[in-house]
Write a protein that binds this ligand. Structure first.
Ligand SMILES: O=C(O)C1=C[C@@H](OP(=O)(O)O)[C@@H](O)[C@H](O)C1
Ligand SMILES: C=C(OP(=O)(O)O)C(=O)O
Length: 440
């Protein structure tokens, strides 16, 4: 679909079919970055060809790696065993993961580089990553405003740190670990709550030793500096965060049965599925198998009568990107769905609490906003609104799914942003029988 200025979702007949989710975004970014830090060839299958990952691919090319597209989702990265001085500013587009992990990786090399991004990324906090990297010896110069892109980084000659995370952030943990690979001594990150562990798992596949020891509700992750990485084959499974959208549509559109194949089931990513099951969703997982070092499975969602639940706060890290689509499904549930302890939602591509509250209210849904959460009271969804998405792909997709079962159509502005994480979203949904079309 060529860049429409708006997309509209209309109440749809039963959705039926079997689809495959696009490749996991977290692993796709990491395959590019680790491939560029490594020596030799990294061949990637199932890469997400979304705008965020393409920005990271261009970035690692600028840092000296050779990046080739061999076929759909099939890419080859030939690394030089480190990052070289780039000629220009590194533009990470809309990608928080891209810029934060690249800053961590780049900090380990004697180069000076400016990182920038789009209007949304320029609003997001960067000190959570530059702070610990500064403690390791990297230097940062804010180009416009403190804590915000663009920022100039001068790297090299790092020393290791022991860092205790205050929020469960895989991006912060990963940035420190990637810098730690080129630091003197053992770098340690202590997480009070576990965040997704793709960096740890993938570093091992690239030949590094990473130690993980349990600690409280979380763990302590450490690695010795000076370990070389060697290129390897990476097979990227389907992204549970993307699979969530067709599955959600399956749950809320009467008569539907939707299967998404090859979805990654890493337990640090599946909090949404646990929550839907607690809400009474008819969700089944079959064909569990290992692929690319992760458990994957095929997930089927059938139209369900959902009931509201209180989402445990300690589940937030395992579904932080999924609260918008959870909120959309909660709008059809009986009773209240309480989502608390999710202040991090406010510093994503948009303030996702504020945007979901505004969007759902515009569609006639009762929502209460709290500083670090929100409560959705389900019932009949009127729809009949154009929702502002503030450059946020997940806000756009969540409201389009809402529109498939609302009484009146729901439109979103800026639908081009969907390609950030889910290129082909509209075609995939319409292939299942959804009615999503350009215009109002
Ligand atoms: O490490 C990653 O790949 C990601 C970590 C999460 O961010 P935080 O680390 O900020 O929680 C998540 O929201 C993001 O979409 C991807
Ligand atoms: C928060 C997200 O991504 P990032 O932080 O990489 O921009 C997301 O994809 O929902």
């Amino acid at each position: 679909m060529t860049n429409p200025t708006q997309l509209t979702a209309r109440r749809s007949p039963a959705l039926k079919g079997v689809v495959r989710a696009p490749g996991d975004k977290s692993m796709s970014h990491r395959s590019m970055i680790l491939g560029a830090m490594a020596t030799g060839v990294t061949e990637v299958e199932g890469l997400l060809e979304g705008d965020d990952v393409l920005a990271t691919a261009r970035a690692v090319e600028a840092f000296g790696a050779t990046v080739e597209r061999l076929g759909e989702g099939h890419w080859r990265v030939t690394g030089q065993g480190g990052f070289r001085q780039p000629a220009d500013v590194i533009d990470c587009g809309n990608a928080g993961t891209g810029v934060r992990l690249l800053m961590g990786a780049a900090a380990g090399y004697p180069i000076t580089v400016t990182f920038d991004g789009d209007g949304s990324l320029r609003k997001r906090p960067m000190k959570r990553v530059t702070g610990p990297l500064e403690q390791m010896g990297a230097r940062f110069g804010w180009q416009a405003a403190e804590d915000r892109l663009p920022v100039e980084l001068s790297g090299g000659s790092l020393t290791s740190i022991d860092y205790v995370q205050t929020v469960a952030s895989a991006q912060v943990k990963s940035a420190i670990l990637l810098a730690g690979l080129n630091a003197d001594g053992v770098t340690t990150v202590e997480e009070p709550e576990k965040s997704r562990d793709h960096t740890e798992r993938m570093l091992r596949a690239f030949g590094a030793e990473v130690d993980v020891t349990p600690g409280g509700e979380g763990w302590v992750v450490s690695l010795q500096g000076g370990q070389p990485l060697t290129g390897t084959a990476v097979s990227v499974p389907g992204d549970p965060s993307s699979a969530a959208f067709p599955l959600a549509a399956g749950l809320v559109v009467p008569g539907s049965e939707v299967t998404v194949e090859g979805v990654m089931l890493n337990p640090l990513r599946t909090g949404l599925f646990d929550t839907w099951l607690e809400m009474g969703a008819d969700l089944t997982i079959s064909n569990r198998r290992m692929a690319g070092g992760e458990e994957v499975g095929d997930i089927t969602a059938r139209h369900s009568t959902l009931k509201g639940v209180v989402v445990p706060e300690d589940r937030a890290a395992s579904m932080i990107d999924e609260y918008p689509i959870l909120a959309a499904t909660a709008a059809f549930a009986e009773g209240q769905t309480v989502m608390r302890g999710v202040g991090e939602m406010r510093v994503k591509e948009s303030d996702r609490i504020a945007l979901m509250v505004a969007g759902l209210r515009a569609c006639g849904v009762e929502v209460e906003e709290e500083p670090e959460g929100f409560i959705v009271t389900g019932g009949v969804v009127r729809g009949g609104a154009t929702v502002q998405t503030a450059h946020d792909h997940r806000i756009a997709m969540s409201h389009l799914v809402l529109g498939l079962a609302a009484a009146e159509p729901i439109s979103v502005d800026e639908p081009g942003m969907i390609a950030t994480s889910f290129p082909g979203f509209v075609e995939l949904m319409n292939g299942l029988g959804a009615d999503i079309a350009a215009g109002q």
